[in-house]
Write a protein that binds this ligand. Sequence first.
Ligand code: LIP
Length: 268
Amino acid sequence: MNARPDPAAMRDLAVDLGIRAGRLIREGRTEGIRDVQTKTSDVDVVTAMDKACESFLIAELQAARPGDGVYGEEHEERSSETGVRWIVDPIDGTVNYLYGIPDYAVSIACEIDGVVVAGAVVRPESDEVYHAYVGGGAYRDDVALHGSTPQSVAVSLVATGFGYIATRRQQQGALLANVIGSVRDIRRIGSAALDICYAAEGRIDAYYEWGLHAWDFAAATLIAAEAGLTVRSPEHEDGLLVVGAPAVADDLAQLLHIHIDPAWGVPA
Ligand code: LIP
């Protein structure tokens, strides 16, 4: 029976691979965006670099941790023989990456027996490394993160995002129209992993989105929780995720649920 891995060591591995993957995607962008394909719609893009970076992460994880599972955005899931599963997004913010907008990230989370215990989110354009392991606190590089302290939802800067299917974007726009008058302002940064890490460091006060996958948020939500934020994870991958300062997260979630039309089929 293998000994239970040390979460701090798993964080270190995630950081090391995230930095190396970040360098790969930043330095290889010109070639990496030559071949662009689509997935669920004409605007749901996947670049050659998305796939190449995930292949790199899979190979490095299998070399470092034989038998671990890997669940990534661009390849079939690899089942775990060790109870450890890595949840990876090789480029979160793929559209930003394709357009040359610097807000994209590599996200790597380590899950043991179904619980995320460590993670790293790397922003290659600034070499900023967000990281955490359970009980160890949250950091951007060596700076401890503690989030913001807004007085209420009404004065909170809130980030969100939109999906790749037009009907869902229209529903998400309708929801936004109903809440935008109840918050300070909205930011649409284009990477869930960075949205959540920005909340962890207080650059925004809260974030919500529905329709994400675990690879978008698994590492960042651990970082946010370790920074002391409230994380209301969806019970289903397609559900509503809300992350924010403890003073406003529940009020924001309540405001959102009031305005979510049941016909939209948003799971709890
Ligand atoms: C993206 C998310 C973003 C969301 C986009 C997309 P991708 O992930 O990070 O928050 O609004 O629709 O899902 O596709 O760049 O990995």
